[in-house]
Design a protein around this ligand. Structure first.
Ligand code: S3P
Length: 437
């Protein structure tokens, strides 16, 4: 039987810190491996997703030491120093790893095969394969999905690519391939998305710039190594932000060292429109902006979420739906069809769980409408299935703060992909979650 959570609510408070950012940790390993010389990465996220990237970089011939779980030292091999892996590279549950490696490996002289777990093997890969082929790469999918076979040995050339969706993974894959391309690579987005790749490439000395919705990159011959401290993952902090709003004592909840890159913090803007009281106090910035957040218990009201904010809050919708269920009136989410191709179909899995806990809602092809209950319990106790989706599992644990009975959440092992220590931190901050068989 797979692991489950028993979440029994409580009252949250105190001060906490979430682990390092997943997106930044993946990128740091990749760029450090391609750099000339030694890089040091502190507060690295030692979650399963990033450990898959770490293992893949090692399999490609990069020496990586991990003196502590959250500290990594990488001996970069240079842009042309990677070697063919002796076996398929297993990306586990990590869509970011698979899509970014597709771009990175497209420019190599050797062939690679990328595989993953059952969830990842169902996810769409043509979104990276199509533009990489246009750059000259030979990439094969299996009816649009993994395994991904990257033949290698092709000369790449820069292209101008108009992305059909605002995907940081697609953008980043093209920028990584662009390091190996002849000429300029231009990626035009329909809306802004997280810009960690651009910031980190720039700090490695790569000429990359953003003009409106276009990102441009010129190829280089070498990357400078990194000395990086990874900020806390905003997407992990999101669970405790909502926990603080719907279930904190009068003193609220404080979260330190949270990454607040504006391309990640759409949830703050959405919640503020819903009436949330969240104070953001900037800390010293080291490449990426970082802040302490002070979250106060707040009376939330339902809103129509502006579609422009969707890509800036894309991973936070499961827990936003929990906030919406506690808000007065209706919350409407549209323009969020990308949620259907995440680690699970997050509209369907969240709707199934909301139904099991008695929350009135209507599913739309590209979103959901949720009727909130601002007073008293917003959820009844019951059983939900996360369908192996880490963020769905953690979202329903937060829901227990406003539930009339315990919530049992099935299939939660993947919480370790993004948030090792979730249960321990939850308990320390007052959210009663226990792991069960
Ligand atoms: C990520 C981009 C987003 C996000 C994912 C991480 C990244 O995916 O959902 O969790 O690190 O680039 P898309 O690019 O598919 O929107």
């Amino acid at each position: 039987m797979s692991a489950s959570f028993l979440a029994q609510g409580g009252q949250v408070g105190g001060t906490g810190r979430v682990p390092g950012d997943k997106s930044i940790s993946h990128r740091a390993l990749m760029l450090a491996g391609l750099a000339q010389g030694a890089s040091r990465i502190r507060r690295f996220l030692a979650g399963e997703d990033c450990l898959a990237t770490l293992a893949a970089m090692r399999a490609l011939g990069v020496r990586i030491e991990q003196p502590q779980p959250d500290e990594v030292r990488v001996e970069g091999v240079g842009l042309h120093g990677l070697q063919a892996a002796s076996a398929p590279l297993d990306m586990g549950n990590a869509g970011t790893a698979m899509r970014l490696f597709a771009g990175l490996l497209a420019g190599q002289a050797f062939a690679s095969r990328l595989i993953g777990d059952a969830s990842l093997m169902r996810r769409p890969m043509e979104r990276v394969a199509v533009p990489l082929r246009a750059m000259g790469a030979d990439i094969r999918t299996h009816e649009g999905r993994p395994p991904l076979d990257i033949i290698g040995g092709r000369t790449l050339h820069g292209i101008t690519y108009e992305m059909p969706m605002a995907s940081a993974q697609v953008k980043s894959a093209l920028l990584l391939a662009g390091l190996y391309a002849q000429g300029t690579t231009r990626v035009i987005a329909p809306a802004p998305s997280r810009d960690h790749s651009e910031r980190m490439l720039a700090s490695c000395g790569v000429p990359v710039r953003t003009e409106g919705l276009t990102t441009l990159l010129e190829p280089v011959t070498r990357l400078e190594p990194l000395d990086l401290e990874v900020p806390g993952d905003f997407s992990s902090a999101a669970f405790f932000i909502v926990a603080g709003l719907i279930g904190a004592g009068p003193a609220g909840l404080r979260l330190q060292n949270v990454g607040v890159n504006p391309t990640r913090t759409g949830l703050l803007e959405i919640l503020e429109r819903m009436g949330a009281r969240i104070a953001v106090q900037a800390e010293a910035t080291r490449g990426e902006p970082v802040a302490t957040l002070h979250v106060e218990p707040s009376a939330l009201k339902g809103i129509v979420v502006p579609p422009a904010l969707v890509p800036l809050a894309i991973d936070e919708f499961p827990v936003l739906f929990i906030a919406a269920a506690c808000a007065a009136g209706t919350t409407v989410v549209t323009g969020a069809e990308e949620l259907r191709v995440k680690e699970s179909d997050r509209i369907a899995t969240m709707a199934e769980g909301l139904a099991a806990l008695g929350v009135e809602h209507r599913v739309r092809p590209d979103g959901i409408e949720i009727e909130g209950r601002p007073n008293g319990p917003a959820f009844r106790g019951g059983h939900v299935d996360s369908h192996g989706d880490h963020r769905v599992a953690m979202a329903f644990a937060v829901a227990s703060l406003r539930a009339s009975g315990a919530i049992r959440i099935a299939d939660v092992a993947n919480v370790a992909t993004s948030f090792p220590g979730f249960v321990a931190l939850s308990r320390r901050l007052g959210l009663e979650v226990a792991e069960a068989a």
